[in-house]
Ligand binder design. Sequence first.
Ligand code: GDP
Ligand code: MG
Length: 158
Amino acid sequence: EGVDTVIVGRPNVGKSTLMNVLSGVERSIVTHIPGTTRDVVEETVRLGDVVLRLADTAGLHETDDPVEAIGVEKARGRLETAGLVLAVFDASQNLEEEDRCLLKKLDGRPAVAVINKTDLTPCIDEAFVRRHVPYVVTISAKQEMGMEQLREAVCDVL
Ligand code: GDP
Ligand code: MG
């Protein structure tokens, strides 16, 4: 039961923090060290009227570490097949090549662009994000801000 939903994005953008806020339990390890989430962590959550089967994934990036690479491959696989994509970006940073690559893959897909860390000084090119994904929400997962808008966006997309 539930919509197959993947949480993806570069390392350290706050995917695991978001996963934990949505699931209400400390399921995923949150750390400032990139590459901590290696396996896919799953949790079923109810968001308003919809049930999501959330999958938190390893950060999308190039890596020479073979163990990390397996996690990244799993993340890319989940991204291909998911019924809903929550693509997470860091508001305090410029978009990187990996972010732009991800955005291009989202054209025409059921997806919400989640711009996280809005408690920090904004830097991200939000207009670029909006060109690819019509549903954009700005949140601070750490401060649990913007969760209601995220819920509404998810309901609109599905
Ligand atoms: P992941 O690698 O994408 O899973 O990122 P994590 O969830 O592990 O978070 C990476 C770092 O960013 C941690 O130090 C978090 O506490 C921090 N972080 C997550 N969300 C926010 C946020 O909304 N604001 C700020 N300032 N930091 C955040
Ligand atoms: Mg993580």
